[in-house]
Design a protein around this ligand. Structure first.
Ligand code: UDP
Length: 372
């Protein structure tokens, strides 16, 4: 029996270029790692041939991962708006794009998932169309102009995960909005929380995630908050703990997806308190896939994902009182409905459909130019 879903699509050969901040599976790449896994899976299910270029030490995904050695790139969210582009000596990013360039002719298109200047700069010089799925909002002037240059020269090559993310850039219209998706089969619906009915927080332990507000919420409501995520900024974690002595935060480490989903599913709700414009917020759809409602600030992608009163509650940004009020209303949310929304909008196949439509348009437009 074929493992492919029979769909009316032209099979494409697609090369995915991962983030140079860390190997796949390390967690350093944040949501980009999950996005990549999901794309490999969804595109593969549709019968497309997918290979990946990623830093050495990456987990194996898809048909082939080209493992590239080199010095890792520093994450962009730690850089100032006017900072110049930094390249470490022996850069893995440069080496990854040498590999992309060497093997490009084996593919119909390259999808870049890295939030970096170099792939944008190289785009017009490549023989095969390069598309960019941008993973963060506007953070840096050099990146903003590199993105604008790609749009100017090769319109249609840029996509964002949410409208809120696109709106952080000077010209939001240059992005196609593709949302995101997860391998829903890996998530089990849990129809009720466990006896403790704890809240959950999932994300890198880093100031842009606003963990201090979650600590404040815990102190006010007396609820335990179970925390999962990569410990990116330990000093920040200690500061939050010291500033909120009454908070009941229970740090549970960074877990692989299969374990994480089982643990989140036992929570009463997931809390998202981003201080930056979260481009999407994968953890929102992951929690919803296990039946867990999401309480979020009205800021960034999570506020577009959560249907207020149906799959959770959207409260004014930075308003911990409103969050505490939402905690009181969690039981109004039907956990099965949370899962249903993910199956309908955020499955791998739904995401693959959106991405393939985009790839088809770009490839057809490039062929038209070549034929002309
Ligand atoms: N994550 C994980 N294990 C953990 C905590 C988080 O695998 O213990 C993953 C989570 O599944 C999600 C990613 O880390 O895919 C965080 O992505 P998100 O889009 O929420 O935020 P980002 O880190 O990209 O800002």
């Amino acid at each position: 029996m074929s493992r492919w879903v029979e769909l009316d699509v032209t099979p494409r050969r697609i090369l995915l270029a991962s983030t140079p901040v860390g190997p796949l599976g390390s967690g350093i790449g944040g949501g980009v790692e999950l996005t990549l896994h999901n794309l490999v899976y969804g595109l593969g299910l549709q019968g497309h041939h997918v290979e990946v270029v990623a830093p050495a030490g990456s987990l194996h995904v898809g048909e082939r991962v080209h493992q590239v050695k080199g010095a890792l790139q520093v994450s962009s969210q730690t850089q100032a708006r006017d900072a110049p582009i930094e390249m470490p000596s022996g850069s893995v990013l440069a080496a990854m794009w040498s590999t992309v360039s060497d093997i490009q002719d084996q593919f119909d298109a390259v999808i870049n998932l890295a939030y970096d200047w170099l792939p944008l700069y190289l785009t017009p010089f490549m023989r095969v169309p390069v598309l960019h799925l941008v993973s963060m909002g506007s953070l840096n002037d050099v990146m903003d102009s590199a993105l604008a240059d790609v749009e100017l020269e090769l319109s249609g090559r840029l996509a964002a995960h949410s409208m809120a993310q696109a709106n952080t850039f000077p010209d939001p219209a240059m992005f196609r909005i593709v949302g995101n998706g997860i391998v829903t089969e890996r998530y089990d619906l849990q129809t009720r929380p466990d006896a403790e009915a704890a809240l959950g927080f999932v994300g890198r332990i880093s100031p842009e995630k606003g963990l201090e507000d979650v600590a404040e919420l815990s102190a006010r409501t007396g609820r335990v908050v179970r925390v999962w995520g990569m410990m990116q900024d330990e000093a920040y974690w200690h500061r939050v703990a010291i500033d909120h002595p009454d908070a009941r935060l229970d740090y549970r480490g960074f877990l692989p997806t299969d374990e994480l989903q089982a643990e989140i599913g036992r929570c009463a709700a997931l809390v998202m308190t981003p201080k930056w414009v979260e481009a999407f917020g994968n953890v929102a759809i992951e929690a919803m896939a296990t039946g867990v409602p999401v309480l979020t600030y009205d800021r960034g992608g999570p506020a577009e994902i959560v249907v207020d009163g149906v799959t959770g509650f959207v409260v004014p940004a930075d308003d911990v009182d409103a969050l505490a009020d939402a905690v009181e209303r969690i039981d109004q949310i039907d956990r099965a409905m949370c899962r249903q929304r993910v199956d309908a909008e955020y499955s791998s196949l739904a995401m693959a459909d959106r991405v393939v439509t985009w790839v088809d348009e770009v490839v057809d437009a490039s062929n038209a130019v070549v034929d002309a």
